[in-house]
Every structure is written in C-alpha cells, then in structure tokens.
Design a protein around this ligand. Structure first.
Ligand code: F6P
Length: 346
C-alpha cells in the first residue's frame, strides 16, 4: 500500500522554532505512522506553484536549533481570489496530499481554515513572535523574541544612565503589545506603550518628570510598533504598500514619542528599533520544546483524522482547538498583566 503523503508549510513572518516544529512532525510521522513528507516551499506560494521538496529523516537532522525555516515562507494569500483558491485546492489534490500541516499565525491559519472548509484535510500549528493568536495560551517564537528584547533593554539601561537620556525602544507587535509588555516588565521599563492602550503624551511626560524628581535622570520607554497616541487613529507606517493580507509595514512610533518628549521636556532622547533581530537566530529552550510539542500534536491530529484543528497550549497541556476559533479574533494583551506593568511606570 502507498504511504500517505503529508505536506508541511510555514507561512507569514518567520520565527524561531519553525524548524523544531517541522522536525517533530516529520520524526514522529515517519517513525510512528509511516507517513511520507514534502515541504511546500515558501508558504502558500508553494502550493500555488506546486513547488515542493522532499522532507526525509536527513532533511530534518540538525535543524532543531536553527532559526528561520528550512522550507521558506511568504505572505502569499490564495484567498485573494476564487481563481487562486481553486488553484490551491486542485494543486493539493494533484500533489497527492493526504493532509497538510500549516504552521503560521492568523493570516496563514486563516487560509488553512478556509481550505479545511472546502473539505481538505488540514491541521494548524500556531506560531508568531507577536503571540496574538487566539485559542492558544502562547505561540512559539514569542519567548525568544521577549528574551532578545529584554536583553536589548538591559543593555540600554547603562548607556541611558550614563548620558541622562530617555531611550525609546520600538519592538514588534502590530495589533497586540505582547512583546512590549513582557520585555518591558522583564527589563524594568519606565513606560510601556501598546496598541491596546492609546496613550496621552502629556501623561507620559508627567510620569517621567516624577521619576526625575526622584533623582532618576534617565528613562526607558518600550513601545510596540502598533501603538498610537489617543489623538491619532492610524498606525505609524513606513510607506503605503500593503501585503496580500492588507497589512502595511509599520514603523516610526518611537521617533514620534522621542521627538515629542524632546520638544515638551527638552531632555536628550534616542530611539532603538529592534526590528527583525527579534525574529532571527536560535530559539530559546522554551520555544524549542513548545514547537516540538505542537509538532507532535499536529501529526497525532492527522493520524486521528481530527482535521480542522490547531495544536494549542491550554494550561500547559497541548489540546486540539478548532482552526475557526483560533483565527476568529486577535488575542490582545491581558488587562491584568498590563496593570502589573503600570505599577512600575514613571
Ligand atoms: O510576524 C509578525 C511581525 O513580526 C509583525 O510584528 C511585524 O509587523 C511584521 O511581522 C513584519 O514582518 P515583515 O517585515 O516580514 O513583513
């Protein structure tokens, strides 16, 4: 009897842990279930182009600690038109796939959910450094990004203090400020600005002034790229270009905050934009384990024919959660954790 063929793809922004998840899926799938695997290259683009590579024991050897993804990624969106969607469905069948495991955030898993609705065998694995996917307590990639951002904040403290400066650190987080909140708390930030809580620059300056009165003449502000002042209702963006999913490239909020503080208070300010450093390089031990657990669960779900689900973390157990639930809404920063962060403002 022919072995069942399973496709794996990684979509959206890359993140540390993708290779650990691929390795886990292939190792368990080959050894326990006798499946064969192909990597669909560069996210959904590979399905539209029938661009695949074989994934064997050798291909996944030594990749656990590597950042990025060995099968490439893209932000291609087949749900943009009915023609592309039909092509994706036909190619799935023509490639002889029994099932597809899509590793991604809300955009990639949104496509996976729609393909599942057409009757295809699809399972999801949640990843994104932004940690903004619903249905799961945490996505892999987030812990690594928080560690990198925390180290950067730690390093900025000494130079900020030496120069009596306000350092504004911009981290990723388009719709949700998870990285800013966690790295800000871990790094002892004086202010944390996130998309969920539009800010008033006067209040920020008042808090920093209070700090100076306590003889602390430097400050660290952590700002998520999607944060906004109360009197503005659009993101700070680099240009007008939008990707296949309608996202603009964010950037510029840190410059705005630094400039305003300089203008209003006269203090010396500097900005640091961490950018893709947060997404690059080796995953933390935590992310390697989480990605491995997700990968194992995903291939188990295929074996159990529990399609239309993602492997999700719930109270430290890995469970099946419907794809539809995972992509239904963006997961915002918990109010409770942001309240903890605020205790240390100023
Ligand atoms: O993966 C999500 C994310 O990290 C967002 O926080 C950020 O806005 C985006 O990726 C930027 O990714 P790219 O430069 O690859 O488009």
């Amino acid at each position: 009897m022919d072995k069942k063929l399973i496709g794996i793809l990684t979509g959206g922004g890359d993140c540390p842990g993708l290779n650990a998840a691929i390795r886990a899926i292939v190792r368990k799938g080959m050894n326990s279930y006798g499946y064969e695997f192909v990597g669909i290259k560069n996210g959904w683009a590979g399905l539209l182009e029938k661009n695949i590579i074989p994934l064997e024991a050798d291909s996944v050897s030594g990749i656990l600690i590597r950042g990025g993804t060995i099968i490439g990624t893209s932000r291609t969106n087949p749900t943009k038109s009915p023609e592309l969607m039909n092509k994706a469905i036909n190619n799935f069948k023509e490639l002889g796939l029994y099932a597809l495991i899509a590793i991604g955030g809300d955009d990639t898993l949104g496509v996976a959910s729609k393909l599942f609705d057409t009757g295809l065998n699809v399972v999801g694995v949640p990843k994104t450094i932004d940690n903004d996917l619903s249905g799961t307590d945490q996505t892999f990639g987030f812990d690594t990004a928080v560690s990198i951002a925390t180290e950067a904040i730690d390093r900025l403290h000494s130079t900020a203090e030496s120069h009596d400066r306000v350092m504004v650190v911009e981290v990723m987080g388009r719709e949700a400020g998870w990285i800013a909140t966690y790295a800000g708390i871990a790094g002892g930030a004086d202010i944390i600005l996130i998309p969920e809580e539009p800010f008033d620059i006067n209040e920020i300056c008042a808090l920093l002034e209070k700090r100076r009165q306590r003889d602390r003449h430097f400050s660290i502000i952590v700002v998520a790229e999607g944060a906004m002042p109360k009197d503005k209702d659009t993101f700070f963006t680099k240009d007008d270009k939008v990707d296949d999913f309608g996202h603009v490239t964010l950037g510029g909020i840190s410059e705005y905050v630094a400039k305003k503080i300089k203008e209003m208070m006269g203090w010396d300010t500097r900005t640091t934009i961490l950018g893709h450093v947060q997404r690059g390089g080796t995953p933390t031990a935590y992310d390697r384990i989480l990605a491995t657990r997700y990968g194992i669960k995903a291939i188990d779900l295929v074996y159990e024919e529990k399609f239309g689900n993602i492997a999700a973390l719930r109270c430290n157990r890995i469970d099946a959660v419907p794809l539809r639930e995972a992509v239904s809404k963006n997961k915002k920063v918990d109010k409770e954790i942001y309240e903890i962060a605020k205790i240390f403002f100023g």
